[in-house]
Design a protein around this ligand. Structure first.
Ligand code: UD1
Ligand code: UDP
Length: 396
């Protein structure tokens, strides 16, 4: 396995607390931007961050683009694990991360969310007694067929500091026996659980202004604000089941016919592969023939924010995108049976439809006429990263 170290960053300042952050999938790279930014701006004299990229996502537009546009430091290590089965990827990450941890001896390992990179890093660290800091802890879909549910439950139970974005997440952890009142020294057996708001809300606030300045995608695609629907699809339950995948596309094609709106779909590589391998040539031709369905390469984050801010409606199975829809007060059809972000559905801003064609259409038509009022007490105040850095410094 390739462990690529950047020689530029070989020496570390011993007076600082060293944390090692493991990222791998697109949303984790974006989330890491918030913490790295807070470290650089406010805690540079106290915290040293070593970045490890597992290489779970590797296409230029799934990884490198975010480092460039979001100002994330170049990773010190890239394990270049690439794609594969769950076991293959996780095992390769586990042994690669362990070797780096033994060499670096950080005070803590920071992991985000619920991907295979998350579980691998948490397991590698916990087994050799390095405290795990889990950002985006406590979320549950209560559906263990979802690979992410296994990853997030396991990561939470291996963590010493759990940073929870929402009140629902706090309640989930309390039900699993976590002590919610913070007391004593944080250890893996007596972890500290903090309700801190959503680190992606920090990012959306921060990058919205940059997106306005820099994104030209709407103009490039000839899109008129409020005259298009934004869609993303990548969950295995939607992409790997041809019936589900076809039902979603049938719904999008019908929605275009019914509303006359264009649908912009920045396509995840998984979804692109599955369309080509699972759907009939005739159906692929129907998709290609609809010129109001704009299937584009995955977007950069600044472009994605621009699309989200100007869409009339968002249709997605992404955890991050359904939340961002709410941040920008956009109605959202969630192409899933459950969500971890229950507050958004309870607020009337989103409807769960699964991959059911009729339900997608009903929800879309209902939401197209709904104006969304956002509440300020759901995702925090946009300073989650500062809070997290302070707690890492004072509790570990
Ligand atoms: C992963 C995460 C999921 C997260 C998503 C964010 C797990 C189990 N899943 O799902 O929680 O929501 O990332 O996008 O960790 N591929 C490429 N190029 C890339 C990356 C992927 O072509 O740069 C293709 C490969 O065919 C690969 C497939 O996409 O097999 C799936 O990638 P993988 O990382 O296994 O899962 P995601 O669906 O991306
Ligand atoms: N995103 C992006 N470009 C895209 C699709 C998504 O920048 O083409 C961003 C999106 O704005 C959000 C994050 O990626 O911040 C969500 O990642 P993804 O949907 O891949 O994973 P999930 O959040 O479901 O784990």
């Amino acid at each position: 396995m390739a462990i690529l170290a950047s020689p530029m960053k070989a020496s570390y300042d011993m007076s600082k607390k060293k944390i090692l952050t493991v990222i791998g999938a697109r949303p984790q790279i974006i989330k890491a931007a918030a913490l790295s930014r807070a470290i650089q701006a406010q805690f540079a004299s106290q915290l040293e961050e070593i970045l490890v990229h597992t290489g779970q996502h590797y296409d230029e537009n799934m990884s490198a683009v975010f480092f460039e546009e979001l100002g994330i430091p170049e990773p010190h290590y890239n394990l270049a694990v690439g794609s594969g089965s769950h076991g293959h990827m996780t095992a390769a990450m586990l042994s690669g991360i362990e070797a780096i941890l033994v060499k670096e001896q950080p005070s803590a390992v920071v992991v985000y969310g619920d991907t295979n990179s998350t579980i691998a890093a948490a397991l590698a660290a916990a087994k050799i007694h390095i405290p795990v800091v889990h950002i985006e802890a406590g979320l549950r879909s209560f559906h263990k067929a979802m690979p992410e549910e296994i990853n997030r439950i396991a990561a939470d139970h291996m963590s010493t500091l759990l940073f929870v974005p929402t009140k629902a997440g706090m309640a989930n952890l309390a039900k699993e026996g976590f002590e919610i009142e913070v007391k004593g020294k944080a250890t893996i057996d007596a972890p500290h659980v903090y309700h801190c708001g959503d680190i992606m809300y920090d990012n959306s606030l921060y990058f919205a202004a940059r997106s306005k300045e820099k994104s030209v995608l709407l103009a490039q695609l000839g899109l008129t604000p409020e005259q298009f629907i934004l869609c993303t699809i990548h969950r295995d339950s939607n992409t790997d089941d041809p019936i589900a995948l076809q039902a979603i596309f049938e719904a999008l094609l019908t929605l275009i016919d019914q509303t006359g709106l264009r649908v912009v779909l920045p396509i995840h590589p998984r979804t692109k592969n599955k369309i080509e391998t699972l759907l009939s040539v005739a159906f692929q031709q129907r998709i290609a023939a609809q010129d109001k369905l704009l299937i584009t390469p995955p977007a950069g984050f600044l472009d994605m924010i621009a699309l989200e801010q100007h869409a009339k409606l968002i249709v997605t199975d992404s955890g991050g995108v359904q939340k961002e829809a709410y941040f920008f007060a956009k109605p959202c059809v969630i192409l899933r049976e459950q969500t971890e972000w229950v507050e958004v559905v309870e607020a009337g801003a989103a409807i769960l439809t699964g991959a059911n064609q009729e339900q997608i259409l009903d929800a879309a038509n209902l939401l197209l006429n709904r104006s969304i009022q956002t509440r300020s007490d759901i995702f925090g105040d946009g300073n989650a990263s500062t809070f997290i850095c302070e707690k890492i410094l004072t509790t570990l």
